[in-house]
Design a protein around this ligand. Structure first.
Ligand SMILES: [Zn+2]
Length: 351
């Protein structure tokens, strides 16, 4: 791997914000702040062409975020009103949060993968009994009731999700973003979310990687109550897919730009295999265990005690994804849960 966003990495190390930068022909990266997050900012991309102006991942919906986005557009010689379309790599609020406000300001379209649209509407299942259903799912993972109470979805979170923009345009794998004068092609990379998209800018050979491949951190791959399918197998396949773009410069949604996608993919594949082996070692030690028990035994970069709040929820989902993957591969077995009891996983018994 070779870092190409030197100013971005310097800012990362110095704990400051990188500048708005020209990251390609008529293409700019804009750091849009994320409140209270160690990630600090989303790298929003502005892509200009003769036929319009597209913003990829407008960022988190705060006033400071909006000002940062507007300042970035100004560097590109534009204003929010000039934007013709918005593409989101996925619907997480640090990417899709500002889409509704930006669409309101410009009257343009919002585009995403169909599976991402489905995730947005899947949140409708949460209407009414949302919190009860979520508590039941956490209980099935073996999370104690008092802990689950602090992790289950709240009406406030739900309202924020439901307020996010619905798409006007759906982008399938291989589709071109409707931006006349520019070839920006959708590459479907499910895993971090079911409809995650990377975007390949073909003339300059740039790959906007969203959260799929980041230079330093590994994105959360989590099994959720409404997961469309097992996310880890999908993620590993999507990693193999983007390794083929090794000649492209990677423009990620966090951290900094780099060359060497295939190298980074190898590291991420190895990371997940190590994680799977760690899960197996835990089951060898504990015997049959719940998702919650495995979650607490896994190693976490800042230590389990500092994994709190939303991070704790993500950690449970990550452990669940790895256990499910290992069960699908026949490397561990899921034991049937008695009604009202959490499910358990164990190593296959030798006969
Ligand atoms: Zn993100």
């Amino acid at each position: 791997m070779r870092v190409t966003g030197a100013a971005q990495r310097d800012a990362w190390l110095a704990d400051t914000f990188p500048p708005v930068e020209r990251a390609g022909p008529d293409l700019w990266s804009v750091p849009v702040p994320i409140p209270d997050s160690p990630l600090r900012y989303t790298l929003t991309y502005i892509v200009a062409a003769s036929g319009g102006l597209v913003v990829v991942d407008p960022g988190w919906d705060t006033e400071a975020g909006w000002q940062a986005l507007a300042a970035g557009l100004q560097v590109a010689g534009a204003s929010p009103a000039d934007v013709t379309g918005i593409v989101v790599t996925h619907i997480h609020p640090d990417h899709h949060g500002l889409s509704a406000r930006l669409r309101g300001a410009c009257g343009g379209w919002v585009a995403m993968h169909p599976a991402e649209r489905d995730s947005l509407s899947d949140f409708r299942w949460l209407d009414g009994d949302a919190r009860r259903d979520d508590l039941a799912w956490l209980r099935g993972c073996g999370v104690p009731d008092d802990v689950a109470a602090g992790l289950a979805v709240t009406g406030e979170v739900l309202a924020a999700v439901l307020a996010m923009a619905k798409p006007d345009i759906l982008l399938d794998h291989g589709d071109l973003v409707p931006l006349p004068g520019r070839r920006l092609r959708a590459v479907w990379t499910p895993g971090h979310t079911p409809g995650h998209l990377c975007l390949h800018e073909e003339s300059a050979n740039l790959l906007l990687t969203g959260d799929h491949v980041l230079p330093r951190i590994s994105p959360n791959i989590g099994l959720q109550p409404h997961s469309a399918g097992p996310p880890l197998a999908a993620y590993l396949r999507s990693l193999e897919l983007v390794a083929a773009y090794d000649t492209a410069e990677a423009l990620p949604a966090h951290e900094y730009r780099f060359h060497g996608v295939a190298d980074r993919v190898r590291m991420l594949l190895a990371h997940h295999e190590r994680r799977c082996e760690e899960v197996i070692a835990i089951l060898a030690r504990l015997g049959p265990a719940t998702v919650w028990q495995v979650t607490q035994e896994l190693s976490w970069s800042r230590g389990w005690a500092s994994v709190t709040g939303f991070m704790r929820r993500a950690a449970i989902a990550e452990a669940a994804a790895h256990l499910r993957h290992l069960a699908d591969e026949g490397r561990v077995s899921a034991t049937a849960a008695a009604p009202g009891e959490p499910g358990r996983y164990r190593l296959p018994q030798l006969h």
